[in-house]
Design a protein around this ligand. Structure first.
Ligand code: FNR
Length: 406
């Protein structure tokens, strides 16, 4: 992945905002020659990194930085991706790989790929169709979209946009009534699981947002909240209040404990996954308190800077979970081989955040679909080339070195 410093240097290059031409994309000369062509026309972007370049060229600087940035010095943001590069693979040969199968089953739903869409706020910063476009692309790819609480279409509007399986991401707020109401709405709208994010007692310090004085643009509202709950972020606030930090201050609860997880479990019939776990200690507590799944996550490097990269945290969490509940991972997954490494270390599935946001910015629903296709094709290729034709056959012996099971 491009380092944040390199990314910032490239942002200064001249660009044509909101045009399909990406001057800094690898295929820029060819695209420039066909001005009317879709940004996805052949040869088009062929990697997630290409989509990042396209998104950078098409988005307002402050919006791009809001998506791309991490906390503080962005050490964890960078390390998430780099940690994958440090895990070498031990491919096997002369295995029949003529019919590779990427399908997995999670909470009773068969998915055609183990690559899910992580909850991410504010999709309308990237495209007017926002979360609705993402929901349609996820359904077409046969995978799960996890819809963020901080969505710019309401959870009901996203549900109406597609028939695909959706999970709902939740924060437990100071006012339990606000969270409970959302859980009931998600249940009524057919969401299949809840993902409780637990790494956000307050928002991490996002220096890019402070430098850019990032605010919610006028057309973007937090659609899951009404004016009474969140007056300052839905239209009426002063410009200073139209920041995410403003809404976070009103809503986020820094006094949560495991008892609150039990409260949530009792409140709903949906399975509850706990997102934001990085240690064996917390994985054990998650089991004790009845979580149905764990997402190993550091919020894409947006919360505690210096927190360990997720693929490094994964083995201890998997060991602590002892096969009793599924362990998922997100953070820095940019290639099929990153998915393969995560599965080899025991993840039941992975989630991607920024990759599909780049697709959304590049070309709406079609862009998200293409990103998911690229990742799935890369995963299939990696499975074939490593002699692992099914997800079940991807095991720890695929990883060389100290992280390999003895
Ligand atoms: C996020 N993430 C996030 N997580 C969450 O639980 N609720 C949310 O509203 C958001 N919002 C959000 C916005 C943006 C712009 C990003 C990039 C991320 C974190 C997200 O679910 C996931 O943990 C990371 O994005 C995974 O890392 P990668 O794939 O982006 O490297």
């Amino acid at each position: 992945m491009t380092s944040p410093a390199a990314a910032r240097r490239r942002v200064r290059a001249p660009r044509l905002a909101r045009s399909p031409q990406a001057p800094n994309a690898p295929n820029a000369p060819k695209i420039a020659a066909r001005r009317s062509a879709s940004p996805l026309s052949a040869p088009g972007p062929i990697t997630v990194a290409d989509f990042e370049s396209l998104a950078r060229a098409r988005m307002e600087r402050a919006a791009f930085d809001y998506y791309a940035g991490g906390a503080d010095d962005e050490l964890t943001l960078e390390a998430n991706a780099r940690a994958f590069d440090e895990l070498w693979l031990r491919p096997r040969v002369l295995v029949d790989v003529s019919e590779p199968d990427t399908s997995v089953t999670l909470f009773g739903d068969q998915l055609s790929t183990p690559i899910l869409l992580a909850p991410a706020a504010l999709h309308r910063l990237a495209h007017p169709e926002g979360e609705r476009a993402v929901a349609r692309a996820a359904a077409r790819a046969g995978t799960v979209m996890v819809v963020s609480t901080i969505a710019t279409y309401s959870l009901e509007e996203v549900a109406a946009a597609s028939q695909g399986p959706r999970w709902f991401q939740l924060y437990l707020y100071r006012d339990r009534g606000v969270s409970a109401a959302m859980v009931h709405r998600a249940e009524a709208a057919g969401y299949r699981a809840l993902v409780l994010t637990v790494d956000t007692p307050r928002l991490g310090t996002r220096r890019r947002d402070r430098r850019n004085a990032f605010q919610l643009p006028d057309h973007v509202r937090l659609a899951n909240f009404d004016e009474a709950t969140l007056p300052s972020t839905n239209f009426s606030g002063s410009s200073q209040e139209r920041t995410l930090t403003g809404s976070a201050r009103i809503l986020l609860n820094d006094a949560l404990t495991w008892r609150d997880v039990e409260w949530l479990r009792r409140l709903t019939r949906m399975p509850v996954l706990v997102k934001g776990i990085l240690t064996a200690e917390d994985a054990k507590l998650a089991l004790e308190h009845g979580a149905h799944g764990i997402v190993v996550s550091n919020h894409g490097g947006r919360q505690l800077d210096g927190a360990m990269p997720t693929v490094r945290a994964l083995p201890e969490v998997v060991e602590a979970a002892a096969g009793r509940i599924p362990v998922l991972l997100d953070g820095g997954v940019r290639r099929g081989t990153d998915v393969l490494r995560s599965l080899a270390l025991g993840a039941a599935a992975v989630l991607v955040g920024r990759p599909y946001l780049w697709g959304l910015a590049a070309d709406g629903e079609a862009g998200v679909s293409r990103v998911l296709e690229i990742l799935r094709d890369e995963l299939t290729a990696a499975m074939v080339l490593s002699g692992r034709p099914t997800i079940a056959s991807v095991d720890r012996t695929l990883i060389a070195g100290p992280d390999r099971a003895r």
